[in-house]
Structure formats: structure tokens, C-alpha cells
Design a protein around this ligand. Structure first.
Ligand code: AMP
Length: 220
């Protein structure tokens, strides 16, 4: 199964993609995580991307399409994948279609997680992740069971993303509305789109996503 998760920054795509990957046995491909790994490794791509990410803008289509194209051919994508943070522009959506068509593959479902802009800044301001395994947490909505200790791997170091400041979030939201929202219509026309309300408890949203992925709750 091949899925795309759409939605504004901070809507819970990453958290939900991690949960769906366990449920459906398919791998999460997060372009944001890939770029952060490149930045941490100080590769040429990573150095270029870091400044753009920090400014709350989108990295060039060619850079991200190149990263995804290499990734989907890896053996762990054989059963399928959940695209988290890609595509984010019409050019990327079209490149994805071409990439899949060249491999005689299709997308099975595109799910848009809907969250109001006003809620986004609060959500993003509180999030942090385990420095060792990347498990995601939130100051209010999802604290580790034992304060200061990762539930998944037991590590005690946590990090916050440098682009999670209020100022950068506003720019990321703007990029989302201008560049990414048009692809919702693109997938609606193809009949692939389902929409899920992103407000509520993490587990509840996962349940709604499972329904939307399996049979679809609302076809827009
Ligand atoms: P994310 O972790 O998905 O919130 O992505 C963090 C940042 O990485 C974004 O604000 C962009 O600067 C960059 N990025 C991630 N995915 C893409 C993409 N598909 N196209 C362009 N830029 C991206």
C-alpha cells in the first residue's frame, strides 16, 4: 500500500505516520527527517537545506524529488510506504506520479489531516523528540510516561527543532497555504483524497485514519 499524508506543519503527520507504519507494516518516508539527517551529516544537500528550513521555506523541488526517487527503490519500500511531508508542491505531486508510473505502481490513498491555523502554533511550540530514537513528544498532549525518559528507548536527552519557533511556523504555514494546499484539489480530482479532522487524542485520530485509509469516511 502506498499512502500520502497531507496537512499543515504540526497537524500530527509525523506522529500518525509512525503509528500507521506499525499498523499497516509499511515504512514512513519523511522528507523533513531526511533533510534533517542530511543537515546533521553536513552533506552539501544538508548545508543548503538547513538555511532554507530555518527560514520556513520549501527546499527546491529537484532536491527533494531526487531524495525520494532514490529512497523508494530501497528494499524496505517493497511493501509500500507512507509519504509524510511529500509531495508539498504541484510539481512534486506530478513528479511522484511519473516516478510511480515508471515503476508500474500507483498511490492507494491520500489523507489530509485538517487542523486550524490558530491551533498550529500552540501544537508546534510544545513538541520535542528523543535525541536517540526520534520518538515524538509534546509538553501538553503527549509527555513521556516518566518525565525526562524516552518511553521507547529509555534515553534521557531530548531535542527541539530549530524551525519550531513562532516566527518560522508562521512562514511554514504560509508556504503550506500557497504551495501545498493546491495539491489537495489535485488529489481530490483523482478520487484519492480523504479528509480527517486532526483535533482530538492521538489514538482517536489514528482510528479515523485507519477508517479513511481502508474505506474512506468522507470523499470530497
Ligand atoms: P517537516 O519535517 O515535514 O515539517 O519539514 C521541515 C522542513 O523541511 C520544511 O519546512 C521544508 O523547509 C523542508 N521540507 C520537507 N519536505 C519538503 C518537501 N517535500 N518540499 C520542500 N521542502 C521540504
Amino acid at each position: 500500500m502506498r499512502l500520502v499524508l497531507l496537512g499543515p506543519p504540526g497537524c500530527g503527520k509525523g506522529t500518525q505516520a509512525k503509528r500507521l507504519q506499525e499498523i499497516f507494516g509499511i515504512i514512513q518516508l519523511s522528507t523533513g527527517d531526511m533533510l534533517r539527517a542530511e543537515a546533521a551529516a553536513a552533506s552539501e544537500t544538508g548545508r543548503k537545506a538547513a538555511a532554507i528550513m530555518q527560514a520556513g521555506q520549501l527546499v527546491p523541488d529537484a532536491m527533494i524529488i531526487g531524495l525520494i526517487e532514490v529512497r523508494v527503490d530501497q528494499p524496505d519500500c517493497r511493501n509500500g510506504f507512507i509519504l509524510d511531508g511529500f509531495p508539498r508542491t504541484l510539481a512534486q505531486a506530478e513528479a511522484l506520479d511519473a516516478m510511480l508510473a515508471a515503476r508500474h505502481l500507483d498511490l492507494d490513498r491520500v489523507v489530509a489531516i485538517e487542523v486550524d491555523d490558530e491551533d498550529i502554533v500552540t501544537r508546534i511550540a510544545g513538541r520535542f523528540s528523543c535525541s536517540r530514537c526520534g520518538a515524538l513528544y509534546h509538553d501538553v498532549f503527549h509527555r513521556p510516561k516518566q518525565d525526562g525518559k524516552c518511553d521507547v528507548c529509555g534515553a534521557t536527552e531530548f531535542t527541539r527543532r530549530p524551525d519550531d519557533t513562532a516566527e518560522t511556523v508562521r512562514k511554514r504555514l504560509q508556504a503550506y497555504h500557497v504551495q501545498t494546499v493546491p495539491i489537495i484539489e489535485y488529489y481530490r480530482r483523482k478520487g484519492l483524497l480523504r479528509c480527517v479532522d486532526g483535533a482530538g487524542a492521538i489514538a482517536e485520530i489514528t482510528e479515523k485514519l485507519k477508517v479513511a485509509i481502508r474505506e474512506g469516511t468522507r470523499v470530497d
